[in-house]
Every structure is written in C-alpha cells, then in structure tokens.
Design a protein around this ligand. Structure first.
Ligand code: SF4
Ligand code: SF4
Ligand code: FES
Length: 575
C-alpha cells in the first residue's frame, strides 16, 4: 500500500515497508551513502545517509529505517549537513593524501563525498593504519591504508560469494579488514573473483597490475607480443566509449593496440568456440558412459577455484576442458609458434578479459608447458583503458582494422559466453546437433524457472530430452547444486556456473561503477553483437574445424587433449 510523506516540504508517495532511503532515492532526493548496497541488508555502519525526522531526537539512518505514515523529513537541514561533513572529515583523518597518484582518482566515492560536503582541509589527524599493502595475490591487491571500513567487500565476499576470505578483525578504533590470520590473500581462501574490488568505494582493493610487464615486453624489441580480446571485453569497450554495437569494435581495439606496438591482435571468440565444442562433446560422453552428472562448466576460474577449495567432492563433475583463455594461450605457444617459426619462449601472449581471476588462472602450474606459460599477462578491461590512456589513444577516433588471422572469426557462441545462461545455450545447441545429424532445425532454448526460481530448461532431440541449468554468483551456484544433489535429480545434465553475478557481464575486471544497470546493458550489447557473428554455432567455425582435422581428431578427442584439456585438484588454503 502506498501513502504520502513530507520531504523538504514536498509530498512524496512511498511504498509501505520500504526503507526511507529507497523512497527518497526513487523520488529524486539524493542522500549520500557509503556502506549501503542494493539487495543487501543494511548495517548502519557509516551513518552518512542520516536525515532529520520531525519528532525524533537523534538523526536517523535512512538506509535502515522504514517509511512511516505522517513522517516529515529534512534531508539537508543544517544539522544533517554538519553531521555528514564531520563523518567525512573523520574518514579523511587517517586517509593517505595521495589522490594525485591514486588509481581511483576521479572514480573514488571518498573524493566525491569530500567534494559534495565541501571539505576544504584536513580537520582531524588520526593515526594511520599500520598494516602493509598486500601484494601477495595473483589477482587482487589490498591497501588497508585506504580502507574506510564500509564493509561492502566483506559482505560481498561472504553473502554473494560464500567465501569469507576477508573479514573484520579487532574492535572499536582498532577495527580493520584483513584476511585469515593476517596472512596474505595468496594463502587465504580467496577465489580471485574480484567482486570485492567492484564494490570497494576507494583504492583499498585493486587489480594486481600486469600493465608494466606488457609494457616491458613491448619495449624489449625481442618479443613477439600477441594480444587476444574476449568478446565481452569488446562489449564493455563499446559501452564505456559509446561505440555503436554494429561497428567492428574488435577491429577498433585492434587498431588501438597496434598503435601501442602489438604485433598481432586475435579474437578470443575463436577459442570460445573450441571450448563450447569440447564441453558439449564431454557432456555427450558423460551421458553415453554414465559418468558424473550434471557436468559443470569450468571456464570461470573463480568457480573452479571455489570447487577446488570448498567442494573437492564435486571435482569429478567439472568439465576437464581448458578455458578459452588457456586454449588460446596454448595454441599461440604451440601450433601458432610452430607455423610462424617462432620460438615459444620469445612469444609474449596477453589476454584482455573482464575478469581478474584470469590472472590466477594464467599462473596455474597446469597451464605451463616445459616451463613456458600459455598466457604471460592478463589485462582486465579496467587495465586496458589505463594502458591505452598512457598512449593517448582515443578509441572513438580510430578506424577499425581487421583482427589478425588465423584466429579472427568466431560464432554467436562466443558472444553468448559473455553473460549468464549464454554458454548453456551454446553447449545445448552443439549437443542437439550431435543428436540430430548435425542439423540445428527445431532447436529451441527457452528460459524457464524451477520452483526455487533457478533458471533451467529442457531441450528435446529425437526421443531424448536434456536438462540445462545456469547460475551465477558462488552462493547461488553452491545452493542450487546442493539442492539438485540432495533431490537426486537426474533430469539436469549440464550446469553453467559463472562466479560473478550475471556472468562475465558483471565480471570482477569490468569498469567500476555503482550503476546496477551496467551488467544488464553489457549483456544486451553481447546479444546485439551475436546477431552479426561470423557463424551461428561454434561447430560452423571452419578454421576451428580445420584445427581438429589437422590432428585427425574430433571435439573431445584425446588427440587434441594436450591443447584443450586440463585437470583440477583439491586445494588446501587457510580458512
Ligand atoms: S576476490 Fe572474491 S573471494 Fe577474494 S576476497 Fe575478493 S570477493 Fe572474496
Ligand atoms: S576494503 Fe574497500 S570495500 Fe572493504 S571495507 Fe575497506 S573501503 Fe570498504
Ligand atoms: S548508508 Fe546508511 S548507514 Fe551507511
């Protein structure tokens, strides 16, 4: 039921049961927040959302207070403004004064708050956080000195990712965020998803940067520097720069990277097609031989690491296929190097991805052959922008340059891998074709939901019926899988799991923004771009099929196993 309340002498309509903050925001009254996160229970930790309510002695925190009939609210009374300003001044009291050199300069919520509150000087001088920055992780950098204790990372890690690699320690003015036993993130249970980076308002959490090693490889003059760009990266670039989805975005990124000195720029979509073909062949095999079911996708490194650390009993369910990134890395250091008469040790391969966990994946021991890594550096989308800025490149002004052969073309499946549910559809299509004499006529993949609201669908091929499901965010994936195991369900044959909410469109390496619409927009862009893909399905990618034929092999075959397959193992970490 709706009713009216008074805000700054205006009557606004509110929904019974909603918080005052939600009502204020919906009606265009901007109230600052720091600890608040949409869809999370309020903690009242920062108090920046304080407002004055007639009849209440103290200011109330609007993010945790429900609307009440006859309420009269002042969002910007002198008392409110004074209180908010004092809170920001306190936050700044122990914050380093290095905005000029800070990576979040210009995209820092603390800076915005200080500017909004008209803070002109450091009023209080607090004791600086004595903890050292933590560089130990392959993917995530922590600088405790910049932490404002908003708790957003802690809640993300615990409630959405079910990991709790970081938590509050000590009390009162000694309170800090840290990993288990004050050890580095590298030995913690962190799965490198990067979701904590996405919600941190300051530079307390960042990528472990690979820009410097890419730059060094380019400057060396001795390395053949080969970039490959994931389709979802192209979608994010289109979104960020405002390039139209009909334009050749991969071609524009290629032109930009060539200006930076790249020798070749390839389309990672090529390896996405291989990954889809491999997983559908493995699924077919699991069904034919009655092996572990449902088959779980394994292209998301955070999800794989979660299984290795928290659910080793599920390892037999993980598809033993390499991710597209690692397939491409392997191809560059083997097949491509051989054809181009290059020494693999002189090839430097750079993946550009929407994911920080890919840095961890590239560093895995299993991804190295004779001491040579398949992938030498991984730039997140955020790093790509920073890298291009150092060269003064304006993406909008560049004419596209066709992505380099032989890995230039990809099917719609590659774009589908950019969002939750897309890969399940691409694998389902290949399985359907396998059971339908290679034809995709009659294939239908309609989204339905089971009783718990989880996304599942059934496809029919001849007399057979296959069940597919998809889930994103680790907590959601874990609870869904536990449920289907408990219920002994045999009707679900394949589950696509993406560690980040919404899939790679919401990946931990994407540009940081508080706008919840961004991942949905990136998904929409991927869906638009898949309409212009070179092929409809992964199996139609002729160059991919040529590679199989060159080895006299079919998808899923042992003959291409050294290129396309890997193994996963139980991982002991501090919890
Ligand atoms: S990267 Fe993911 S798992 Fe690691 S601390 Fe951040 S949210 Fe937690
Ligand atoms: S590290 Fe960032 S997100 Fe986490 S509590 Fe500190 S400021 Fe908040
Ligand atoms: S946003 Fe309301 S207390 Fe922090």
């Amino acid at each position: 039921m709706d009713f009216k309340i008074e805000v700054n002498n205006n009557l606004i309509s509110v929904h019974e049961g909603e918080t005052l903050l939600s009502a204020l925001w919906r009606n265009g009254f901007k109230v600052p927040t720091l600890c608040h996160m949409n869809h999370f229970s309020p903690t009242g930790a920062c108090r920046l959302c304080a407002v004055e309510v007639e009849g209440k002695r103290d200011l109330i925190t609007s993010c945790s207070y429900p609307v009440e009939k006859n309420m009269k609210v002042k969002t910007n009374s002198p008392r409110v403004i004074k209180a908010r300003k004092a809170l920001v001044e306190l936050l700044l009291s122990n914050h380093p004064d290095d905005c000029l050199y800070c990576q979040r300069n210009g995209n820092c919520e603390l800076q915005w708050l200080a500017e909004e509150m008209n803070v002109k000087e450091r009023k209080f001088f607090g004791e600086k956080n004595p903890d050292y920055p933590d560089h130990s992780s392959t993917s995530v950098f922590r600088d405790p000195g910049k932490c404002v204790l908003c708790s957003r990372c802690v809640r993300m890690c615990e409630e959405v990712q079910k990991v709790t690699a970081i938590d509050f320690i000590s009390r009162a003015n000694q309170t800090k965020v840290n990993s288990a036993f004050h050890k580095g993130l590298n030995v913690s249970s962190c799965i490198n998803c990067g979701q904590c980076i996405m919600v941190c308002p300051t530079a307390a959490l960042l990528d472990i940067s690979h820009i410097e090693k890419v730059q060094a490889a380019l400057d060396s003059g001795k390395k053949e520097v080969l970039f490959f760009i994931s389709p979802s990266t192209a979608a994010s670039v289109a979104e960020q720069v405002g390039i139209k989805s009909q334009q050749d975005i991969a071609g524009i990124i290629n032109a930009a990277l060539k200006k930076c000195g790249a020798d070749k720029v390839f389309n990672l979509g090529f390896a996405c097609d291989i990954n889809v073909l491999e997983e559908s062949a493995i699924l077919n095999d699991h069904m034919a031989k009655n092996l572990a079911m449902p088959l779980l996708s394994s292209c998301c490194p955070a999800w794989v690491q979660y299984v290795e650390e928290f659910r080793p009993e599920w390892l037999p369910f993980l598809a033993p296929s390499k991710s597209p990134q690692q397939i491409m890395g392997t191809l560059l250091k083997t097949h491509y190097s051989e054809k181009q008469k290059l020494n693999p040790a002189g090839v430097f391969s750079v993946a550009v991805m929407p994911c920080v966990g890919k840095k961890f994946e590239a560093s895995r021991e299993e991804m190295t052959r004779q001491g040579i890594s398949g992938v030498d550096a991984v730039l997140t989308v955020r790093e790509l922008f920073r890298f291009l800025r150092t060269f003064g490149i304006d993406l909008k002004s560049l004419a596209p340059l066709q992505v380099d052969e032989p890995f230039e073309k990809a099917s719609a499946a590659a774009w589908k891998m950019g969002y939750s549910g897309g890969k399940a559809e691409a694998v389902a299509l290949e399985l359907y074709k396998m059971n339908n004499k290679g034809s995709q006529d009659g294939f239908k993949f309609s989204v339905s939901k089971n009783l718990a609201g989880k996304k599942e669908t059934k496809i029919k091929s001849g007399k057979q019926q296959f069940g597919f499901a998809w889930t994103s965010g680790i907590e959601e994936a874990d609870s869904y899988l536990q449920q289907i195991i408990e219920d002994n369900r045999t009707d679900i044959h394949y589950v696509e799991v993406m560690g980040c909410p919404g899939g790679c469109a919401g990946g931990g390496g994407q540009p940081i923004s508080r706008n919840p619409e961004k991942p949905k927009n990136r998904k929409r862009l991927c869906q638009e771009m898949e309409k212009n893909a070179h092929f409809l399905s992964a199996g139609e990618n002729l160059a991919v099929m040529d590679l199989y034929m060159g080895k006299d092999a079919a998808p899923g075959s042992e003959k291409t196993g050294e290129w396309y397959h890997t193994h996963f193992r139980k991982r002991e970490v501090l919890k």
